[in-house]
Design a protein around this ligand. Structure first.
Ligand SMILES: [Cu+2]
Length: 267
């Protein structure tokens, strides 16, 4: 926050000098260090490569994730100059000790691209966990996909530095799986009218910013920041597509682990 305010106070020329060059050059790769959120204990590295044909190649290697579990992952942010960045623990507005997906949303922005393993990669596939990568028995996750230029939202490559990578899914009580014991039900899922999804499955575990996205994203005409983005993001998350995908997550989780389903008396 302090850094951003400082930047805004600088003359425009100085801000331009500070701006990180865009990754809009052919076959240019950027490495992104993924840092833990919510004391997940996870870490990782992502490599984004802008191919000369306009495709985007994404490689992620993470470790310390919840084993044998799917991890929803996205490029968050926007191409319209919003100053999004990875949240810190201060985003935990309800004070439960964990930054939830909704609490992080005003900070890291809405889903821009869903890093699915196949098929649709739009934000509509944000919680399509059957097409999200699964960590192995040791909690390691490897992901490689080249997303065709035609499937990228306009401006993706040009605004790569305004985007960041978020991997979701934590194990707050360290019992090796997603369950309700520590954090209860996912407030994100509940807001969508779905019950039985553990909060652990949707809370963010890792976040990494592309080439210092917060510094690079000084747009022409000023920086749009603040609460307006949050409301917009929530509307998108809770839209019709989001609900359908949350339903998919519910089906997945329930079929994988019946213990996720609360006894009806508790509902
Ligand atoms: Cu995400």
């Amino acid at each position: 926050m302090k850094l951003r305010r400082t930047l805004l106070a600088l003359p425009a020329a100085a801000a331009l000098l500070l701006a990180v060059p865009t990754a809009a050059f052919a076959d240019e790769s950027v490495q992104v260090k993924l840092l833990q959120l919510n004391n997940s204990g996870a870490s990782g590295t992502a490599t984004l490569t802008a191919m000369d044909d306009g495709d985007l190649k994404v490689s992620i290697r993470s470790t310390g994730l919840v084993p044998n579990s799917p991890h929803a992952q996205h490029l968050h942010g926007s191409t319209n100059g919003m100053d999004f960045h990875c949240p810190d623990q201060s985003a935990d507005t309800d004070g439960n000790g964990y930054v939830s997906t909704e609490e992080g949303m005003p900070v890291y922005g809405d889903i821009f691209i869903s890093l699915t393993t196949k098929g649709d990669a739009s934000k509509a596939s944000g919680l399509a966990v059957d097409r999200m990568p699964t960590a192995d028995a040791r909690g390691d996750l490897a992901y490689d996909r080249t997303i065709a230029a035609a499937d990228l939202p306009p401006g993706t490559i040009e605004h790569l530095k305004d985007l960041h990578i978020v991997q979701h899914g934590i194990d707050a009580n360290k019992n090796g799986k997603y369950d309700m014991a520590a954090l209860g039900e996912s407030t994100l899922a509940k807001a969508g009218g779905l019950k039985g999804i553990p909060e652990e499955a949707t809370d963010p575990a890792l976040c990494g910013m592309v080439s210092g996205a917060a510094v690079g994203s000084v747009p022409v005409g000023g920086v749009a920041t603040g609460d307006g983005s949050a409301r917009h993001a929530e509307q998108i998350w809770y839209g019709a597509g989001g609900l359908a995908l949350l339903a998919a997550l519910g089906t997945f989780v329930i079929s994988r682990r019946r213990s996720f389903v609360l006894p009806s008396a508790q509902r």
